[in-house]
Design a binder for this molecule. Sequence first.
Ligand code: SAM
Length: 323
Amino acid sequence: MKAKIINNLKEIDSGKVKEEILEGLTSQSRYISPKYFYNAGGSQLFEAITELEEYYLTRTEKAILSGIGNSLEIDFTDLNIVELGSGDPSKIRLLLQQIPSEKLSTIHYYPVDISHTAMENSMDQLTEEFPEIEVTGIVADFMQQFKSLPKINNRLFCFLGSTIGNFQPKELVTFMRNLGSEMEAGDHLLLGLDMVKDSRVIHRAYNDSQQVTAAFNKNILNVVNGIVDTSFDATDFEHLAFYNEKKQRVEMHLKAVRDRKIRINGNQATMDIKKGDTIHTENSYKFSRRDIETIGMHAGLKPDSVFTDEKKWFSLVLYSKSD
Ligand SMILES: C[S@@+](CC[C@H](N)C(=O)[O-])C[C@H]1O[C@@H](n2cnc3c(N)ncnc32)[C@H](O)[C@@H]1O
């Protein structure tokens, strides 16, 4: 197996990153972008979430993925698989296992993720399991660094886990437009979407009994402390997650359990957090059948096939780019 990692994050201006975080923390409705969840500990906690009984998303998507190899109307020969927000290799493995062995050696896999540690771990596992595949890991921010994606033909973009649900509606449109202009005729997109369902099922998925999601949510403060030198103590906050039916999204927040003065940039400034104040950390939008067409339209893509489970809880949509 030929394997290498290209790190493009170095090209992102660290001053701008700090500015962006501080802007969120000091705005009237405080927020932190969910992309800051994924330091080494955050990626590990996310993996633990995917194994929880309450977190139906991964289990359901994996079951769909395990059975679609023969139904995907894609020529796997010389296929370039570009997986956005790849995380751990547990999903791509299921797809690779369904590719006939004579074609497997012609595949080039490009995982793209913001987490360097997750990328290294994933590459180590894949090297062992699929020695015949060429892998090029790209550490990059897919919101800002579309130029980092490999410019080649015959690409299958995979965007799984319903990570697209973490985008704000405007971000989703921008992301799909960028993806659409990146894609050439003959390229495909396999998109994972978590569908609207009984709100109790959704609520449980983000409020697990072992509080792994709570630990994942709170860990974002440790990441922020590392980047902007703030003095957040995660134990001063509790995890708050609920389904906002009107907006069709789960909202995750951190809610202060006591008053605190937070130092920013060492000692250069301070910020008062009052008991009950919240910091919005993530949205996870849920989608309807109609959204499948609309999302594709932003990128000039049409849905060729929609794969789903018996309860229609999750959809994997194969889109293609026509001339
Ligand atoms: C919700 S997890 C999904 C992981 C995996 N695809 C799955 O389905 O289980 C989101 C993944 O996207 C990555 N990620 C989040 N924001 C990113 C960004 N702006 N650019 C690149 N990767 C990002 C995270 O590191 C994480 O691995």
